[in-house]
Design a protein around this ligand. Structure first.
Ligand code: ATP
Length: 302
């Protein structure tokens, strides 16, 4: 699959502070990729570099196959939302889009982007009367005016209530279904987990993980609880599991094991081999929020 964005050791320093540190990232086309990290992780800095708004200190990147150094060659194929939307509040959505579309010579796209973002019904009302969610959708509508192959959105769900966040999610999914590549940042994994095909996790400017969410989950330890039928077997069971190499602690009449998510079968067999019958065995996978917190622990904001 061709890549919409590739970065190689992309780095941005502000004096002694390294905002983005040797970032190697690949964003495939035609998918929604969530760009997630706590506040200050370097998401906005990365996005600003990709859009040619600031220059990297070192490293390289390509957007839609073109190097950052020739941003003019790709920027007309990219729609973006950074630093929040700015519109004329007294004008309607349609008139705001008209102002922008005249500049970009894309007036014929206005009706389409109003439809795509679900704003047509309120298109002639002043933007001053819009909810935050509607304003964010209008910002995405504006980003879509040039008919972009790639949308780069910095925190489009920021400041929205759960209903607004759902609206944005639905819209991003609909865009991806039209083969638009979406690269979208958030400081909360939960905002993007339902809509992202892939995630790139960032912490203090460094890549923590990139790949499918399902793979991220599969590699994590789950918490399994096993309760032997005979309470007197708890100590023996804990010893067996420990010798197998998994972290375990005895608690009341049960043992709690930190092991791969598919460990239940092995646990059952181990117990059986040692003549212990399990009355209860259940595994709880970690939530994405727990994984994210573990990976970015101590950095705050998440
Ligand atoms: N122009 C600048 N001068 C100095 N430091 C900067 C500048 N821009 C960003 N930084 C610092 O770089 C780091 C990364 O900031 P950045 O805004 O990219 O993070 P972020 O992940 O987008 O966080 P947020 O969600 O809060 O915007 C932060 O420590 C920030 O204070």
């Amino acid at each position: 699959m061709p890549e919409a964005i590739v970065t190689e050791r992309l780095t941005k320093r502000h004096g002694a502070l390294v905002a983005v540190n040797h970032l190697d990232m690949a964003v495939p086309t035609g998918q929604v990729t969530g760009f997630v990290g706590p506040n200050g992780a370097g998401k906005t800095t990365t996005i600003r570099m990709l859009l040619g708004l600031i220059r990297p200190t070192s490293g390289a990147a390509w957007v839609l196959g073109e190097p950052l150094t020739s941003a003019a060659a790709y920027l007309q194929r990219v729609g973006s939302l950074v630093d929040g939307p700015a519109f004329y509040p007294a004008l309607s959505a349609r008139k705001n889009l008209l102002v922008l579309a005249r500049l970009a010579e894309t007036v014929d796209r206005i009706e389409y982007v109003l439809d795509a973002t679900g704003l047509r019904g309120r298109a002639d009302d002043p933007v001053a009367t819009y909810s935050m969610g509607m304003r964010q959708r209008l910002a995405i509508a504006a980003a879509m005016l040039p008919n972009p192959e790639l949308l780069i959105l910095d925190e489009p769900a920021n400041g929205l209530d759960p209903a607004g966040i759902r609206e944005i999610r639905k819209l991003l999914r609909a865009l991806a279904d039209q083969d638009i590549t979406v690269f979208v940042s958030s400081h909360q994994l939960s905002e993007l987990e339902q809509v992202s095909d892939r995630v790139v996790l960032l912490r203090t400017g460094e890549l923590v993980y990139q790949g499918a969410l399902t793979d991220l989950l599969a590699g994590q330890s789950a918490q399994t609880t096993a309760r032997p039928e005979e309470a007197g077997d708890v100590g023996a069971l804990a010893g067996i599991i420990e010798r197998h190499g998994w972290t375990v602690r005895a608690e009341d009449n049960q043992v709690i094991i930190s092991a791969p998510a598919d460990a239940a079968g092995t646990l059952n067999r181990l117990a059986h081999q040692h003549g212990i019958t399990l009355a209860e065995l259940h595994t709880r996978p970690p939530t994405l929020e727990e994984i994210f917190f573990d990976l970015t622990e101590g950095e705050g904001g998440a």
